[in-house]
Design a protein around this ligand. Structure first.
Ligand SMILES: NC(=O)c1ccc[n+]([C@@H]2O[C@H](COP(=O)([O-])OP(=O)(O)OC[C@H]3O[C@@H](n4cnc5c(N)ncnc54)[C@H](O)[C@@H]3O)[C@@H](O)[C@H]2O)c1
Length: 352
Protein backbone atom coordinates (compact mmCIF):
# COMPACT_ATOMS: atom_id res chain seq x y z
CA UNK A 1 0.00 0.00 0.00
CA UNK A 2 0.93 3.65 -0.19
CA UNK A 3 0.57 6.49 2.33
CA UNK A 4 -0.75 9.83 1.07
CA UNK A 5 -0.68 13.00 3.18
CA UNK A 6 -3.12 15.86 2.52
CA UNK A 7 -5.47 13.57 0.61
CA UNK A 8 -8.60 15.49 1.65
CA UNK A 9 -7.41 18.62 -0.15
CA UNK A 10 -7.83 19.62 -3.76
CA UNK A 11 -4.96 17.81 -5.51
CA UNK A 12 -4.54 15.07 -2.89
CA UNK A 13 -8.28 14.30 -3.05
CA UNK A 14 -8.20 14.00 -6.82
CA UNK A 15 -5.09 11.84 -6.54
CA UNK A 16 -6.72 9.47 -4.03
CA UNK A 17 -9.87 9.13 -6.16
CA UNK A 18 -7.87 8.49 -9.34
CA UNK A 19 -5.49 6.08 -7.61
CA UNK A 20 -8.29 3.88 -6.33
CA UNK A 21 -10.04 4.02 -9.71
CA UNK A 22 -6.94 2.77 -11.50
CA UNK A 23 -5.24 0.44 -9.06
CA UNK A 24 -6.16 -2.31 -6.62
CA UNK A 25 -3.48 -1.07 -4.23
CA UNK A 26 -4.92 0.34 -0.96
CA UNK A 27 -3.86 3.63 0.55
CA UNK A 28 -3.73 5.37 3.89
CA UNK A 29 -4.82 8.98 3.71
CA UNK A 30 -3.41 11.14 6.53
CA UNK A 31 -4.94 14.61 6.69
CA UNK A 32 -5.26 17.25 9.39
CA UNK A 33 -8.56 18.53 7.92
CA UNK A 34 -7.69 22.21 8.01
CA UNK A 35 -10.17 24.63 6.39
CA UNK A 36 -8.88 23.23 3.04
CA UNK A 37 -9.45 19.58 3.90
CA UNK A 38 -12.89 18.33 2.96
CA UNK A 39 -14.09 14.79 3.57
CA UNK A 40 -17.01 15.42 1.22
CA UNK A 41 -14.49 15.22 -1.61
CA UNK A 42 -13.91 11.58 -0.63
CA UNK A 43 -17.60 10.69 -0.22
CA UNK A 44 -17.67 8.38 -3.21
CA UNK A 45 -15.03 6.23 -1.48
CA UNK A 46 -17.27 5.52 1.51
CA UNK A 47 -17.40 1.77 2.01
CA UNK A 48 -14.24 1.19 -0.05
CA UNK A 49 -12.02 -0.85 2.28
CA UNK A 50 -8.93 0.16 0.29
CA UNK A 51 -9.27 3.76 1.52
CA UNK A 52 -8.09 4.10 5.09
CA UNK A 53 -8.54 7.71 6.30
CA UNK A 54 -6.59 8.93 9.35
CA UNK A 55 -7.20 12.36 10.89
CA UNK A 56 -3.77 13.66 11.91
CA UNK A 57 -0.88 16.03 11.41
CA UNK A 58 2.33 15.40 9.46
CA UNK A 59 4.11 17.16 12.32
CA UNK A 60 3.09 14.31 14.65
CA UNK A 61 6.12 12.07 14.35
CA UNK A 62 4.74 9.54 16.82
CA UNK A 63 1.55 9.07 14.80
CA UNK A 64 3.53 8.78 11.58
CA UNK A 65 5.84 6.20 13.12
CA UNK A 66 2.88 4.11 14.25
CA UNK A 67 1.14 4.33 10.84
CA UNK A 68 4.31 3.39 8.98
CA UNK A 69 5.06 0.45 11.32
CA UNK A 70 1.50 -0.85 11.16
CA UNK A 71 0.80 -0.49 7.43
CA UNK A 72 4.32 -0.81 5.97
CA UNK A 73 3.69 1.32 2.85
CA UNK A 74 5.99 0.99 -0.17
CA UNK A 75 5.72 4.73 -0.83
CA UNK A 76 4.72 8.02 0.80
CA UNK A 77 3.35 10.92 -1.26
CA UNK A 78 3.35 14.28 0.50
CA UNK A 79 0.58 16.66 -0.57
CA UNK A 80 -0.04 18.07 2.93
CA UNK A 81 0.61 21.80 3.01
CA UNK A 82 -0.78 25.22 3.61
CA UNK A 83 -1.25 26.25 0.00
CA UNK A 84 -2.80 29.70 -0.41
CA UNK A 85 -0.47 32.64 -1.09
CA UNK A 86 -2.91 35.28 0.23
CA UNK A 87 -3.36 33.41 3.50
CA UNK A 88 0.44 33.16 3.83
CA UNK A 89 0.69 36.95 3.57
CA UNK A 90 -1.93 37.47 6.30
CA UNK A 91 -0.58 34.76 8.60
CA UNK A 92 2.66 32.94 7.74
CA UNK A 93 2.89 30.89 10.96
CA UNK A 94 0.88 27.89 9.76
CA UNK A 95 2.93 27.82 6.57
CA UNK A 96 6.20 27.53 8.47
CA UNK A 97 4.69 24.97 10.84
CA UNK A 98 3.22 22.61 8.24
CA UNK A 99 5.32 23.20 5.14
CA UNK A 100 8.71 23.41 6.87
CA UNK A 101 8.46 21.79 10.33
CA UNK A 102 5.84 19.30 9.14
CA UNK A 103 7.96 18.20 6.18
CA UNK A 104 10.97 17.88 8.50
CA UNK A 105 9.00 15.62 10.86
CA UNK A 106 7.69 13.57 7.96
CA UNK A 107 11.22 13.12 6.63
CA UNK A 108 12.49 11.99 10.02
CA UNK A 109 9.64 9.55 10.57
CA UNK A 110 10.05 8.12 7.07
CA UNK A 111 13.82 7.87 7.47
CA UNK A 112 13.47 5.90 10.72
CA UNK A 113 11.00 3.52 9.02
CA UNK A 114 12.95 3.18 5.76
CA UNK A 115 16.29 2.50 7.47
CA UNK A 116 14.93 -0.62 9.13
CA UNK A 117 13.18 -2.12 6.11
CA UNK A 118 14.43 -5.44 4.69
CA UNK A 119 16.87 -4.85 1.80
CA UNK A 120 14.39 -5.41 -1.06
CA UNK A 121 11.69 -3.21 0.48
CA UNK A 122 14.30 -0.59 1.30
CA UNK A 123 15.49 -0.49 -2.31
CA UNK A 124 11.93 -0.24 -3.67
CA UNK A 125 10.72 2.45 -1.22
CA UNK A 126 9.96 6.01 -2.47
CA UNK A 127 9.05 9.33 -0.84
CA UNK A 128 7.50 11.69 -3.39
CA UNK A 129 7.26 15.34 -2.33
CA UNK A 130 4.71 17.47 -4.20
CA UNK A 131 5.82 21.06 -4.70
CA UNK A 132 5.15 24.13 -6.77
CA UNK A 133 6.65 26.26 -9.56
CA UNK A 134 6.35 29.26 -7.22
CA UNK A 135 9.69 28.31 -5.60
CA UNK A 136 11.44 29.72 -8.69
CA UNK A 137 10.13 33.26 -8.20
CA UNK A 138 8.92 35.41 -11.05
CA UNK A 139 9.75 35.72 -14.78
CA UNK A 140 9.89 38.68 -17.16
CA UNK A 141 7.67 38.47 -20.24
CA UNK A 142 10.45 37.20 -22.52
CA UNK A 143 12.31 34.94 -20.05
CA UNK A 144 12.57 31.22 -20.78
CA UNK A 145 10.17 29.06 -18.71
CA UNK A 146 11.43 27.52 -15.45
CA UNK A 147 13.52 24.39 -16.02
CA UNK A 148 14.66 22.17 -13.14
CA UNK A 149 18.05 23.92 -13.03
CA UNK A 150 16.50 27.37 -12.47
CA UNK A 151 17.72 28.94 -9.21
CA UNK A 152 15.18 29.08 -6.38
CA UNK A 153 14.02 32.65 -5.68
CA UNK A 154 10.74 32.43 -3.72
CA UNK A 155 8.91 35.71 -3.12
CA UNK A 156 5.95 34.93 -0.83
CA UNK A 157 5.83 33.29 2.61
CA UNK A 158 4.03 30.37 0.88
CA UNK A 159 6.65 29.86 -1.82
CA UNK A 160 9.52 30.38 0.65
CA UNK A 161 8.08 27.69 2.93
CA UNK A 162 7.66 25.30 -0.01
CA UNK A 163 11.22 26.08 -1.18
CA UNK A 164 12.48 25.28 2.33
CA UNK A 165 10.63 21.96 2.26
CA UNK A 166 12.14 21.11 -1.14
CA UNK A 167 15.62 21.81 0.24
CA UNK A 168 15.01 19.55 3.23
CA UNK A 169 13.84 16.74 0.94
CA UNK A 170 16.91 17.19 -1.24
CA UNK A 171 19.23 17.18 1.78
CA UNK A 172 17.66 14.01 3.23
CA UNK A 173 18.53 12.28 -0.03
CA UNK A 174 22.10 13.55 -0.25
CA UNK A 175 22.88 13.11 3.43
CA UNK A 176 20.98 9.97 4.39
CA UNK A 177 20.32 8.38 1.01
CA UNK A 178 16.54 8.62 1.52
CA UNK A 179 14.95 7.62 -1.83
CA UNK A 180 13.10 10.83 -2.69
CA UNK A 181 11.49 12.36 -5.76
CA UNK A 182 10.22 15.96 -6.04
CA UNK A 183 7.70 17.41 -8.48
CA UNK A 184 7.29 21.17 -9.04
CA UNK A 185 3.99 21.88 -10.73
CA UNK A 186 2.24 24.94 -12.11
CA UNK A 187 -1.28 26.16 -11.18
CA UNK A 188 -3.82 23.36 -11.02
CA UNK A 189 -7.53 23.62 -11.64
CA UNK A 190 -10.40 21.13 -11.83
CA UNK A 191 -12.98 19.35 -9.63
CA UNK A 192 -13.01 19.76 -5.82
CA UNK A 193 -11.02 23.02 -5.88
CA UNK A 194 -11.63 25.13 -2.76
CA UNK A 195 -13.30 28.37 -3.88
CA UNK A 196 -10.69 30.75 -2.52
CA UNK A 197 -8.55 30.11 -5.61
CA UNK A 198 -9.13 32.03 -8.83
CA UNK A 199 -11.01 29.58 -11.08
CA UNK A 200 -13.58 28.17 -8.61
CA UNK A 201 -14.03 31.60 -7.02
CA UNK A 202 -14.90 33.11 -10.39
CA UNK A 203 -17.33 30.31 -11.29
CA UNK A 204 -19.17 30.46 -7.97
CA UNK A 205 -19.23 34.26 -7.69
CA UNK A 206 -20.47 34.55 -11.25
CA UNK A 207 -23.37 32.17 -10.60
CA UNK A 208 -24.20 33.94 -7.33
CA UNK A 209 -24.36 37.32 -9.09
CA UNK A 210 -21.38 38.61 -7.11
CA UNK A 211 -18.38 40.65 -8.31
CA UNK A 212 -15.50 38.74 -9.95
CA UNK A 213 -12.43 40.20 -8.21
CA UNK A 214 -9.33 40.64 -10.39
CA UNK A 215 -6.05 41.67 -8.79
CA UNK A 216 -4.36 44.78 -10.28
CA UNK A 217 -4.50 44.84 -14.07
CA UNK A 218 -5.21 41.10 -14.38
CA UNK A 219 -2.14 40.61 -16.55
CA UNK A 220 -0.34 38.22 -14.17
CA UNK A 221 0.55 35.15 -16.20
CA UNK A 222 0.34 31.57 -14.89
CA UNK A 223 0.71 28.18 -16.50
CA UNK A 224 -2.43 26.09 -15.93
CA UNK A 225 -2.64 22.32 -15.62
CA UNK A 226 -5.80 20.23 -15.26
CA UNK A 227 -5.54 18.47 -11.90
CA UNK A 228 -6.04 14.97 -13.36
CA UNK A 229 -2.95 15.57 -15.52
CA UNK A 230 -0.98 16.52 -12.42
CA UNK A 231 -2.12 13.28 -10.78
CA UNK A 232 -1.00 11.22 -13.78
CA UNK A 233 2.40 12.98 -13.72
CA UNK A 234 2.82 12.10 -10.03
CA UNK A 235 1.95 8.46 -10.70
CA UNK A 236 4.46 8.37 -13.55
CA UNK A 237 7.26 9.96 -11.47
CA UNK A 238 6.53 7.56 -8.62
CA UNK A 239 6.74 4.64 -11.03
CA UNK A 240 9.83 5.59 -13.01
CA UNK A 241 11.49 8.76 -11.65
CA UNK A 242 15.22 8.78 -10.94
CA UNK A 243 15.97 8.94 -7.22
CA UNK A 244 16.91 12.39 -5.94
CA UNK A 245 15.65 14.09 -9.14
CA UNK A 246 13.13 16.88 -9.47
CA UNK A 247 10.59 17.03 -12.30
CA UNK A 248 8.78 20.16 -13.42
CA UNK A 249 5.14 19.54 -14.32
CA UNK A 250 3.19 21.95 -16.49
CA UNK A 251 0.46 22.24 -19.05
CA UNK A 252 2.08 24.49 -21.71
CA UNK A 253 -0.90 26.80 -21.08
CA UNK A 254 0.34 30.28 -20.18
CA UNK A 255 -2.61 32.60 -19.61
CA UNK A 256 -3.12 36.03 -18.08
CA UNK A 257 -5.58 35.97 -15.16
CA UNK A 258 -7.96 38.31 -16.99
CA UNK A 259 -8.03 35.95 -19.98
CA UNK A 260 -8.81 33.03 -17.66
CA UNK A 261 -11.74 34.94 -16.18
CA UNK A 262 -13.09 35.93 -19.62
CA UNK A 263 -12.85 32.28 -20.74
CA UNK A 264 -14.91 31.17 -17.74
CA UNK A 265 -17.47 33.92 -18.29
CA UNK A 266 -17.88 32.88 -21.93
CA UNK A 267 -18.39 29.23 -20.92
CA UNK A 268 -20.98 30.19 -18.32
CA UNK A 269 -22.71 32.46 -20.86
CA UNK A 270 -23.06 29.37 -23.05
CA UNK A 271 -23.89 26.74 -20.40
CA UNK A 272 -25.98 28.72 -17.90
CA UNK A 273 -26.78 32.20 -19.30
CA UNK A 274 -27.69 35.05 -16.98
CA UNK A 275 -31.41 35.71 -16.70
CA UNK A 276 -30.93 39.27 -17.99
CA UNK A 277 -29.08 38.06 -21.10
CA UNK A 278 -25.93 40.02 -20.23
CA UNK A 279 -22.49 38.37 -20.05
CA UNK A 280 -21.05 37.29 -16.70
CA UNK A 281 -18.05 39.44 -17.73
CA UNK A 282 -20.17 42.43 -16.59
CA UNK A 283 -19.39 41.28 -13.02
CA UNK A 284 -15.59 41.69 -13.40
CA UNK A 285 -14.26 44.07 -10.71
CA UNK A 286 -10.63 45.16 -10.45
CA UNK A 287 -9.29 45.18 -6.87
CA UNK A 288 -6.00 46.28 -5.33
CA UNK A 289 -3.12 44.00 -6.33
CA UNK A 290 -1.67 41.38 -3.96
CA UNK A 291 1.48 42.43 -2.07
CA UNK A 292 4.63 41.32 -3.91
CA UNK A 293 2.52 39.67 -6.64
CA UNK A 294 4.70 37.61 -9.00
CA UNK A 295 4.16 38.68 -12.59
CA UNK A 296 4.73 35.50 -14.56
CA UNK A 297 5.30 31.78 -14.00
CA UNK A 298 5.96 29.38 -16.85
CA UNK A 299 7.08 25.76 -16.73
CA UNK A 300 9.43 23.88 -19.03
CA UNK A 301 8.10 20.32 -18.64
CA UNK A 302 10.36 18.78 -21.30
CA UNK A 303 12.43 16.70 -18.85
CA UNK A 304 9.34 14.81 -17.71
CA UNK A 305 8.30 14.21 -21.32
CA UNK A 306 11.79 13.24 -22.53
CA UNK A 307 12.75 10.96 -19.64
CA UNK A 308 9.43 9.52 -18.51
CA UNK A 309 7.17 10.00 -21.53
CA UNK A 310 4.58 12.10 -19.67
CA UNK A 311 2.45 14.71 -21.45
CA UNK A 312 -0.73 16.48 -20.33
CA UNK A 313 -3.90 15.22 -21.99
CA UNK A 314 -6.00 18.39 -21.54
CA UNK A 315 -5.52 21.79 -23.14
CA UNK A 316 -6.71 24.75 -21.09
CA UNK A 317 -9.83 24.98 -23.27
CA UNK A 318 -10.85 21.33 -22.75
CA UNK A 319 -9.89 21.28 -19.07
CA UNK A 320 -11.65 24.49 -18.13
CA UNK A 321 -14.85 23.37 -19.88
CA UNK A 322 -14.80 20.14 -17.85
CA UNK A 323 -14.19 22.18 -14.72
CA UNK A 324 -17.10 24.58 -15.30
CA UNK A 325 -19.36 21.62 -16.10
CA UNK A 326 -18.24 19.89 -12.90
CA UNK A 327 -19.12 22.93 -10.76
CA UNK A 328 -22.48 23.27 -12.49
CA UNK A 329 -23.24 19.59 -11.74
CA UNK A 330 -22.04 19.39 -8.14
CA UNK A 331 -24.09 21.81 -6.11
CA UNK A 332 -24.04 19.48 -3.06
CA UNK A 333 -20.25 19.64 -2.74
CA UNK A 334 -20.32 23.39 -3.27
CA UNK A 335 -23.03 23.99 -0.65
CA UNK A 336 -20.93 22.10 1.88
CA UNK A 337 -17.77 24.03 1.18
CA UNK A 338 -19.27 27.49 1.04
CA UNK A 339 -19.71 27.69 4.81
CA UNK A 340 -20.01 30.92 6.78
CA UNK A 341 -16.33 30.78 7.70
CA UNK A 342 -15.39 30.61 4.05
CA UNK A 343 -17.59 33.61 3.15
CA UNK A 344 -16.01 35.66 5.93
CA UNK A 345 -12.59 34.91 4.51
CA UNK A 346 -13.48 36.02 0.98
CA UNK A 347 -15.05 39.20 2.36
CA UNK A 348 -11.93 39.97 4.41
CA UNK A 349 -9.63 39.25 1.49
CA UNK A 350 -11.34 40.95 -1.40
CA UNK A 351 -13.67 43.41 0.30
CA UNK A 352 -16.53 42.25 -1.95
N1 LIG B 1 -3.05 24.03 -6.05
C1 LIG B 1 -2.06 24.22 -6.92
O1 LIG B 1 -2.26 24.86 -7.95
C2 LIG B 1 -0.71 23.64 -6.66
C3 LIG B 1 0.25 23.68 -7.67
C4 LIG B 1 1.49 23.10 -7.46
C5 LIG B 1 1.77 22.45 -6.27
N2 LIG B 1 0.83 22.44 -5.28
C6 LIG B 1 1.17 21.72 -4.04
O2 LIG B 1 0.36 20.55 -4.00
C7 LIG B 1 0.04 20.22 -2.66
C8 LIG B 1 -1.47 20.13 -2.51
O3 LIG B 1 -2.05 21.38 -2.88
P1 LIG B 1 -3.61 21.61 -2.83
O4 LIG B 1 -3.93 22.72 -3.77
O5 LIG B 1 -4.32 20.32 -2.94
O6 LIG B 1 -3.76 22.17 -1.34
P2 LIG B 1 -5.05 22.24 -0.42
O7 LIG B 1 -4.81 23.43 0.45
O8 LIG B 1 -6.29 22.13 -1.21
O9 LIG B 1 -4.96 20.91 0.47
C9 LIG B 1 -4.00 20.71 1.46
C10 LIG B 1 -4.45 19.52 2.30
O10 LIG B 1 -3.42 19.29 3.29
C11 LIG B 1 -4.05 19.14 4.56
N3 LIG B 1 -3.10 19.58 5.59
C12 LIG B 1 -2.69 20.86 5.84
N4 LIG B 1 -1.81 20.86 6.86
C13 LIG B 1 -1.64 19.57 7.23
C14 LIG B 1 -0.85 18.92 8.21
N5 LIG B 1 -0.04 19.63 9.03
N6 LIG B 1 -0.90 17.59 8.33
C15 LIG B 1 -1.73 16.86 7.53
N7 LIG B 1 -2.51 17.42 6.58
C16 LIG B 1 -2.45 18.75 6.43
C17 LIG B 1 -5.30 19.99 4.50
O11 LIG B 1 -6.27 19.60 5.45
C18 LIG B 1 -5.75 19.77 3.05
O12 LIG B 1 -6.57 18.64 2.96
C19 LIG B 1 0.66 21.31 -1.79
O13 LIG B 1 1.88 20.83 -1.30
C20 LIG B 1 0.89 22.46 -2.76
O14 LIG B 1 1.99 23.24 -2.36
C21 LIG B 1 -0.40 23.00 -5.44
Amino acid sequence: MILVTGGAGFIGGNFVIDWLAQSVEPLINLDKLTYAGNLNTLKLLEGDARHHFVHGDISDRGLLGRLLAEHRPRAVINFAAESHVDRSIHGPDDFIQTNVVGTFNLLEAVRAYWQNLPADDKAAFRLLHVSTDEVYGTLAADDAPFAEIHAYAPNSPYSASKAASDHLVRAWHHTYGLPVLTTNCSNNYGPYHFPEKLIPLVILNALAGKPLPIYGDGQQIRDWLYVKDHCSAIRRVLEAGQLGETYNVGGWNEKANLEVVHTICALLDELQPRADGLSYAEQITFVQDRLGHDRRYAIDARKLERELGWKPTETFETGVRKTVEWYLGNSGWIANVTSGAYRDWVQQQYGV
